[in-house]
Design a protein around this ligand. Structure first.
Ligand SMILES: *Cc1c(COP(=O)(O)O)cnc(C)c1O
Length: 399
C-alpha cells in the first residue's frame, strides 16, 4: 500500500486524512465478484461500512446491489445509480418517513425486524396503494464467535425476530393485504473468520425455511447477511478476504430449492483493507511508566478501537515503515531491540478512552512523523464525528 513514492506524496498533505488505495479496493471487489458468480449468488454491499463517494462509485460499477439501514442510505443508493431492484432496507427502527421513502422509491425488499414493523409497513403501503416486498429478518440464535459488541444473532440481541415469534409473523403476513412475503433474512454479526459459524447458520436456515414451507409459504429469497471478516493483523500479506471459502460453505451446506435466490450483504470484507488513516505525531510524551505518542487523529476520526476494542496495525511511515506490532496471539514481542520502544498511541480528544492502542512497540518516533493506522476502510470514515468541534476528516486517493 505504501511505497516510497506514496509516502513522499502523503508527507506533503495536511493530516489527518483517510488514504484510499483504489487498486486494493478493486482487487477485493473483483475477488468477491468472481467467487460469488461461480454459484450465481447475489451480493449487496452494506453501505453503512463506507459511503465515501469514490468507494460507492467503484462498488456500483461492479454491479453489486445495496444493503441500506436508513432512509438516507436508500436515497444515496439511488443517487449513486444502484438499481432499485437491487436495494434492500434493513434496520430495527425504521421510521414512518423512511418507510414511505422506500415505498416511493419502489425498492426491492424490506427486511422486517418485528411484527409491529410489519403492521406499520402494511398500513403505509396501503395508503399508497402499493404492495411492499418483505423478507423476515430472523434471529437464528447462532453464536458468531466474534467480539460480543458486534454479535447480532443471539436471543439477547435487539435485531431480528426470534423463532418463537414466527407463528405471529405468519398470521400477520396472512392478514396484511399489502405485504408480499419474499423470503427470510439473517445477519448474525461482523468480523467473522470462523467458517464453522456459517455452516451452523446454514443448518438453522435449512430448518427455518422448511418450517415456512410447511406453513405453505414460498421462500423465494434466502438472504444470509454478511459479516465476513478481514485480517487486521496482516493487511499487506492478506489483503483480500477469503471469499472463495466463504461462498463455498454456503454452496456446501445451504439447501437451495429450485427458483430460489441466495443473497449476501457484505460490508467490511469488501472495503476494510482499502484504506488507512494517516496522522502525524504531534508530541512524544515520555513518562515514568509510559511513553505516549500523541497523534493529530483520535476517536473523532476513527472510533473503532474505543467503541469495540478493535485492533488496528499501526506503522510509522517516516521510520522505514518499521512497524511495532503484536502477533495475533496477543503476545507483545519481549525483546525490545535497538531503537524500538513501547508507546501508548493516543489522540488529542478530551477523553481518557481516546487511545488507539497501548504498549505498541514502535521505532523511536519523533514529532512530525507520519503514522498509518491500517485497515480502516470499514466503519472508519463513516463513524467520524466533529466532537470537540473538530474539522471533518478528509480523504485522499491513490489516483
Ligand atoms: C452491517 C450489516 C451488514 C454488513 O456487515 P459486515 O460485517 O460489514 O459484512 C449486513 N447486513 C446487515 C443487516 C447489517 O446491518
Amino acid at each position: 500500500m505504501f511505497n516510497n513514492q506514496t509516502i513522499t506524496r502523503l508527507q506533503q498533505i495536511e493530516t489527518p486524512f483517510y488514504y484510499y488505495d483504489l487498486e486494493v479496493l478493486n482487487n477485493s471487489l473483483l475477488a468477491c465478484k468472481q467467487a460469488s458468480s461461480k454459484y450465481g449468488y447475489h451480493v449487496h454491499y452494506a453501505m453503512k461500512a463506507n459511503f465515501n463517494n469514490k468507494v460507492l462509485n467503484a462498488i456500483q460499477q461492479f454491479g453489486f446491489g445495496a444493503d441500506c439501514v436508513s432512509g438516507n442510505e436508500v436515497k444515496a443508493a439511488i443517487e449513486y445509480g444502484f438499481d432499485k431492484n437491487n436495494i434492500v432496507f434493513a434496520g430495527v427502527g425504521k421510521s414512518d418517513k423512511e418507510i414511505n421513502l422506500a415505498l416511493d422509491t419502489d425498492i426491492f425488499c424490506f427486511n422486517a425486524e418485528s411484527v409491529e414493523e410489519l403492521f406499520v409497513i402494511d398500513e403505509l403501503a396501503k395508503a399508497k396503494n402499493k404492495i411492499a416486498n418483505i423478507a423476515i429478518r430472523i434471529n437464528p440464535n447462532v453464536d458468531a464467535h466474534t467480539h460480543h459488541f458486534i454479535t447480532t444473532g443471539l436471543d439477547e440481541n435487539k435485531f431480528g425476530i426470534n423463532t418463537w415469534q414466527l407463528d405471529d409473523v405468519v398470521k400477520t403476513l396472512r392478514n396484511c393485504s399489502h405485504l408480499q412475503f419474499l423470503g427470510i433474512h439473517f445477519h448474525i454479526g461482523s468480523q467473522i473468520t470462523d467458517m464453522e459459524v456459517y455452516k451452523n447458520l446454514c443448518t438453522r436456515i435449512n430448518e427455518i425455511q422448511d418450517w415456512f414451507a410447511e406453513k405453505g409459504f414460498v421462500v423465494k429469497i434466502l438472504n444470509v447477511g454478511g459479516g465476513l471478516g478481514v485480517d487486521y493483523y496482516n493487511p499487506d500479506t492478506n489483503a483480500i478476504s477469503d471469499f472463495e471459502s466463504y461462498f463455498k460453505v454456503f454452496n456446501q451446506f445451504l439447501n437451495v430449492r429450485v427458483d430460489q435466490e441466495v443473497h449476501f450483504e457484505l460490508g467490511r470484507a469488501l472495503v476494510a483493507q482499502s484504506s488507512a488513516l494517516i496522522a502525524r505525531v504531534l508530541y512524544v510524551k515520555n513518562g515514568l511508566k509510559k511513553n505516549f505518542l500523541v497523534l493529530d487523529a483520535g476517536m473523532t476520526e476513527l472510533i473503532r478501537p474505543m467503541l469495540y476494542q478493535a485492533y488496528h496495525q499501526i506503522e510509522n511511515l517516516s521510520r522505514n515503515g518499521e512497524s511495532g506490532n503484536i502477533t495475533e496471539d496477543n503476545t507483545p514481542g519481549l525483546s525490545i531491540g535497538k531503537n524500538v520502544i513501547q508507546y501508548d498511541i493516543v489522540g488529542p480528544i478530551c477523553e481518557s478512552t481516546d487511545c488507539f492502542r497501548k504498549d505498541v512497540e514502535m521505532p523511536i518516533s519523533f514529532r512530525g512523523d507520519l503514522i498509518a493506522i491500517r485497515t480502516t476502510g470499514a466503519y472508519g470514515e463513516v463513524m467520524a464525528s466533529s466532537y470537540n468541534l473538530r474539522d471533518r476528516v478528509k480523504s485522499v486517493y491513490s489516483n
